[in-house]
Design a protein around this ligand. Sequence first.
Ligand SMILES: [Fe+2]
Length: 295
Amino acid sequence: MIPGLAALVSPCVVAEVARCFLRDEPFVVHGSRPSFVELASIPFLASLETLLGAWPDVVQAHLPDVADESHAVTVSPQDARKLFANGMGLLFDDVHRYALQLVPWLDMIRSELGLSAQTLQRCLVYATPAGKGTAPHFDQNVNFVLQLHGQKTWRLAPNLHVARPMTRHTMGQQVDAELGSYARMPMPDELPVDRTEFLLEPGSLLFVPRGVWHSTHASTDALSLNFTFSAPTWLDLFTAALRSRLVLSPEWRGTAVPLSVTTFEALVSELAEDSVGWSAADILAATEPHMDSEP
Ligand SMILES: [Fe+2]
């Protein structure tokens, strides 16, 4: 099977999920299909017990006060087993490092979405005990959630407080200063009423757009595999390219002495003159060295 969106969303077509990606709208497909059979047959994904027995790394356990990955402890797989039995959700990070057959899926999905080569892509596995879930939040990344075992309900709602957030935020928690500078404050303390529910069962695949509010609730013990993409924004690419250019200058590398405003003024003026000749293609050449045409 060729890894990628076509296999992942079959019998739907890639154009449908690509359209949802561009519009920040959710997408879901249900039922078993060959891609699910292949991914669910990765040996250590057979069950939570199998995963805990084979996992060579630490596990994050979500503390019950907030039930969110922003409030988690890092524990051994042995301790994770006990915490799960006591109702705590678990997160297995960077699963593709231990299941290399997932890497081509990540590479292909990123390529099909046209995301930057600088994208942080990873596979995560979430284990959620029956009756538990995650508190309402939004993420700055995009997620494809493949339900492996059990049933989990996702509630998604449009985010009317901020578009295209640069960081994640959980309802009821402190808003980081930068997010607060461009979000409509205060943030809500419960999911908006125009929420949509998706019941995920083994084989279901849900695309969770960047920035949409979501919460989850597992009606049985549940295990899901996530393909997660934290893609740089135009802002990220531009500032990275700008830095790579300015770092060549001993003047720009000078220690900032804010009282010396004339020195800084000269640098900014020089930059303004120089920037007239910049092109987007030149800037992208600094961050996307292998890209030579539109995706
Ligand atoms: Fe999330």
